[in-house]
Every structure is written in structure tokens, then in C-alpha cells.
Ligand binder design. Structure first.
Ligand code: ASP
Ligand code: MG
Length: 422
């Protein structure tokens, strides 16, 4: 008998037929003797539709009202699923995030979970019920207001509940059979990853792999919650994400997977004085403007004129702010030019085993060279190497690197079962 937290994403509860299918899955598990707590996302594209409707009404929605609105999507799902399960003769009790004891801070639209007190959930399952919890939301106890956790936040609800209940596993149900060595839309021969560390999953998720809410993986890692990412449309095993307690005993594969990200822009600051203090000034200006920075590369000042260049990648959304604040400081810093290139993308190769295999970067660069792809920037961590390339060559780059590292499966493994990709 296990305590299982199951999270079903929007495509798994997109309509009533899907809802019944999920109900049957939950009931099967419950009847097998496991204790089941379910977390649901909003149906299909509901959250986007709510955002669209709000946008029709106003350009300046009050944050409090928006969070209340968006939290409604998950509440519809939780209630309908509870109805479907009860109709099939199994007791199910639905809870909003607040009722389930999810306490958040007061940051509307991007709240953090500050505590979980899942007493009512625990009582419901003790009394033999299936507990169903609306994902993506919690209550700020200081103000008694509902806050949402940021897009994709239901994953984090599920992992936080699993951690606080001491669940044996948190199953994340989606419309693909788990994590793949690359995006199957780009690499049809991508292979399903059977098992991966949370550390590698964090690197993949942080570099564009749309697999899990980043904070959900961080939570799982911190509280040692084993995650099983799998499809709600099949019975196949998915991908197990093991946490640091277990990681020590697993021999890491050299490469686990490739993530890609098109949402970054490149900015090159030409003619930065090669003296202490100038980089500090630039980055404090950028930080002050709220610009998030991913890769930073400073050239060696070889020209002998006392100037160097700094290139960085930043999220698309931050480009305007970055340009504005730097343009304003051009005189002060003696910058000769600001070059901005939105047409770049990042490929990231991730694997815990690359720590002990120094030839990984050579092989990566060779694969890109063979494919005739030029590299703009390179950055790395202990278990990741990222390269920034031209956007229109990014797919080719992913395919070339996937093949070079022998990641291709013999047969097509990746099936996308649902979802509108919205
Ligand atoms: N419904 C929310 C969203 O679409 C939260 C989630 O699905 O996890 O972002
Ligand atoms: Mg989602």
C-alpha cells in the first residue's frame, strides 16, 4: 500500500471524456489499495481562455482579481473530477488550494508556497475518500487572498503536497510518455529517458525543455520526492526522476538529453573599458532594470586598445529594458556600440556523467562543425554545455548533436497523445 499523489495536466482533463478516463485511472489505483491524492490543472486551454477574456475587458486588470479568476480554472476541474469519481461509486472529496492548506506569499501571479498544512486532505483519505486538489493556487494567510503560482504551477502544488504528506511517489501525468532525449517534434527518433537525476532535470527545464515547472523539480529535490512523469493516455512506464538521496547510487549516463530554447536574445556591448568596475556597473544597471541574464561572455581584450566586448543572452521579454538602460549609460561607460540579435537560440547538452568525460565538449563542437553551424557563445556548468547559435540552424544543431552522441532510438518511441500545443 502506497501513498500516491497524482497530478493530471490540462490535456489529460481537456473534456468530459478525458475526465472520465482520469476518473477510471484514479479508481483503479484506489481499488488496488493505494491511498490516492489527485491534483488537477485547468481543462485544456482554460487558463489561456480566461486570460484572453480578461484581456478583452481591460488592459489593466487588478492583480488580485486576475488571480481569483485564474484560480477558477482548476476549481472547475477538481469539482468535475470529484463528480465523475463519485458517480462511479467511489468517494471523492474536492478541495481548493486554500482548503487543502496550501499557504503562499502574497505575490500575485507568481506566488511561492510558504507552507502546506494538508489536514483536510489527510483526513479525507484516512476516511477512505480520494482527495482531489485544485492545482496552481494557494491562500496568503496574511491577507486571506487567493494567489496563483505562475504558469504551469500545478506541478508545484503536487510536489509540495507529496512532500508534506510524505508520499511514496508523485506521478505527473501528461500527454507524452515522459522525458525524451530531445524534443520529439525536432528529433522524431528521440529516446525516452527511463531514469534521470533531479539535478539534470533542473538543467533541462531551466534551458528550455518544457517538461515540468522548475520549482516543482526544486521542491522534489529538496524534499526527496521521487517523481514519475508519464502519460495519462497509456499505461507505459514514464521517466523516473530520482533525488539526491538516490543519485549517489546511480551511475550517471554521460549524456541524458538535449534542451533547446528560442526565447533568448543576444546582446553585445562593444567597447567596454577593460578596467575593474566596468562590468560591475553594467550588470548592476541591468539588475536594477530587472533584466534576467543567462549566458555572459567577455572577450579577452586582444586589440590592445584597452577595450573589450561583453555578450550576453537575455529573455526576449527583457530586451527592451536592457537596451534602454544601457543606451542611457553609453556615454558614462564609453560604450561604442550596442548590438542586438533576436535571431538566436540555445542548445544545451546535459548529463551528470560529463563531469568525468572531458571529451564531451570537443565532440559537441565537432558535431556542430560537421553540420556547418557557427557558434556565437558558449557557457557551461558541471553537468551542462550550452551553445548559442543562429535560430534558423537550431533544429539542425539539435539533430546533429543528438546523433553525434548516439542518442537516437532504433524505433520511433515518442507519441504525443493530446494537447493543442498552446
Ligand atoms: N492552468 C495553469 C496553466 O495553464 C497551471 C497549470 O496547468 O499547471 O498554466
Ligand atoms: Mg501545464
Amino acid at each position: 500500500m502506497a501513498l500516491v499523489v497524482q497530478k493530471y495536466g490540462g490535456s489529460s482533463v481537456a473534456d468530459l471524456a478525458a475526465m472520465r478516463r482520469v476518473a477510471a485511472r484514479v479508481i483503479e489505483r484506489h481499488n488496488a489499495g493505494d491511498t490516492v491524492v489527485v491534483v488537477v490543472s485547468a481543462m485544456g486551454d482554460t487558463t489561456d481562455e480566461l486570460l484572453d477574456m480578461a484581456g478583452e475587458l481591460t488592459d489593466n486588470p487588478p492583480a488580485r482579481e486576475m488571480d481569483l479568476l485564474l484560480s477558477a480554472g482548476e476549481r472547475i476541474s477538481m469539482s468535475l473530477l470529484a463528480l465523475a469519481i463519485n458517480e462511479a461509486g467511489v468517494s471523492a472529496t474536492a478541495f481548493t488550494g486554500a482548503q487543502a492548506g496550501l499557504r503562499t506569499d502574497g505575490q500575485y501571479g507568481q506566488a511561492s508556497i510558504v507552507g502546506v498544512v494538508p489536514e483536510r486532505v489527510a483526513r479525507a483519505v484516512r476516511e477512505g475518500s480520494v482527495a482531489i486538489v485544485a492545482g496552481f493556487q494557494g491562500l496568503d494567510y496574511d491577507t486571506d487572498n487567493v494567489n496563483t503560482l505562475g504558469r504551469g504551477g500545478s506541478d508545484t502544488t503536487a510536489v509540495a503536497l507529496a512532500a508534506s504528506l510524505g508520499a511514496d511517489v508523485c506521478e505527473i501525468y501528461t500527454d507524452v510518455d515522459g522525458l525524451f532525449t530531445a524534443d520529439p517534434r525536432i528529433v522524431p527518433t528521440a529516446r525516452r529517458i527511463t531514469s534521470i537525476s533531479s539535478e539534470e532535470t533542473l538543467e533541462l527545464a531551466a534551458h528550455g525543455a518544457k517538461i515540468l515547472h522548475l520549482r516543482a523539480v526544486e521542491f522534489a529535490r529538496r524534499y526527496h520526492v521521487p517523481l514519475h512523469v508519464r502519460s495519462s493516455f497509456s499505461d507505459k512506464e514514464g521517466t523516473w526522476i530520482h533525488t539526491s538521496k538516490q543519485e549517489d547510487t546511480v551511475e550517471a549516463p554521460i549524456i541524458s538529453g538535449i534542451a533547446h530554447d528560442r526565447s533568448n536574445d543576444k546582446l553585445t556591448i562593444v567597447g567596454v573599458r577593460d578596467q575593474p568596475g566596468f562590468a560591475a556597473r553594467i550588470f548592476s544597471l541591468l539588475a536594477g532594470a530587472g533584466v534576467q541574464i543567462d549566458t555572459i561572455v567577455q572577450d579577452v581584450a586582444t586589440a590592445g586598445n584597452g577595450f573589450t566586448n561583453i555578450s550576453l543572452t537575455i529573455p526576449e521579454g527583457d530586451a527592451a529594458a536592457a537596451q534602454e538602460v544601457l543606451a542611457g549609460a553609453k556615454e558614462e561607460l564609453g560604450i561604442s556600440d550596442l548590438q542586438f540579435n533576436p535571431n538566436v537560440g540555445t542548445l544545451s547538452l546535459v548529463g551528470a556523467g560529463m563531469r568525468s568525460h572531458p571529451w564531451v565538449s570537443a565532440k559537441l563542437f565537432d558535431a556542430l562543425f560537421q553540420a556547418g553551424i557557427n557558434i556565437h557563445l558558449i557557457s557551461s556548468s558541471e553537468i551542462r554545455i550550452s551553445v548559442v547559435v543562429d535560430d534558423d540552424r537550431l533544429d539542425d544543431a539539435v539533430r546533429a548533436v543528438h546523433t553525434a552522441f548516439d542518442l537516437d532510438a532504433d524505433q520511433i518511441e515518442a507519441v504525443v497523445y493530446g494537447g493543442t500545443g498552446r
